[in-house]
Design a protein around this ligand. Sequence first.
Ligand code: SF4
Length: 301
Amino acid sequence: MQKIILLFSGGLDSLLCYYLLKDDFQLKVIQFYMPFLHIQDKDEYIKKIKMNHNIDLNLINISEKYLEILFNPKFGYGNNLNPCVDCKILFLKEAKKIMEEEGYDCIATGEIPGQRPFSQQKSFMNLIEKEAGVRGFILRPLAISTSKINFEIDKSKFLDLKGRSRKSQLQLAKKFNINPIPSPAGGCLLTDEGYCKKVMLLRKVFKNNNLPPDYFEIIKYGRVILINNEYLIVVGRNKKENKILKNFSLNIPSVPIHLSEIPSPFILVLPKKDISPIKDKIINILKKYTKKEFHEKIKIF
Ligand code: SF4
């Protein structure tokens, strides 16, 4: 039985690949984790994938390596801060390492030529294979004619899709009883304009590229306000966000501000340093998001 690594994104296309491959191949399903995914709790996420699809997902954190390409991608960005070509090269390089170390035969992906993002244009797909050094080791069960693998395979079980239509994927999802049906790809915050604006604020404060990956997690939540080009203030917008920010404050270098005696937002200041020069500005932010009747009680030190 051939051994295949399946690159999973959490989206429908790679999930369909799992269902197409699972009975005939020995599969290792991996998803590379970086802080720009819509995953709040990694353990919960893995449990959910197991519960819904019986997949033993290997979630592999490559955040540090990802941040090395984020601000200096060799092949540029998509519409926002998404360095899709460099991102896929990185994923495939990392998958190739595992393939070689653990004796797998090829890497399967849910790519379909002509789909979003731009890295799924055929010319980019070729470039990515070449740069990642995986020519001859890529199986695309949804676009079988673009696959180049060094062993015989029964192609009749696979599809040969192209373009943006979702009709065939939805029919297949129905056949496999997939419910609820996830979005085509897993969802990446680097394609989200609002989130990318927050990333640029973070970069303004830290200037260099060596930002801790956890800071990109924090700014997924709350309002993010830049003060004096030196501090980033993250303000919880509701109870759920306040709780999440509080949890971050326990493990991540930052200055937490919370007035427990009045209903007010939880605030995290990045980086962890003396906040006395911006004390008044923080008080004004707290006043803005706290009911007037409590303003007199707002004191931070
Ligand atoms: S959308 Fe995000 S995860 Fe997907 S290829 Fe582009 S950068 Fe990578």
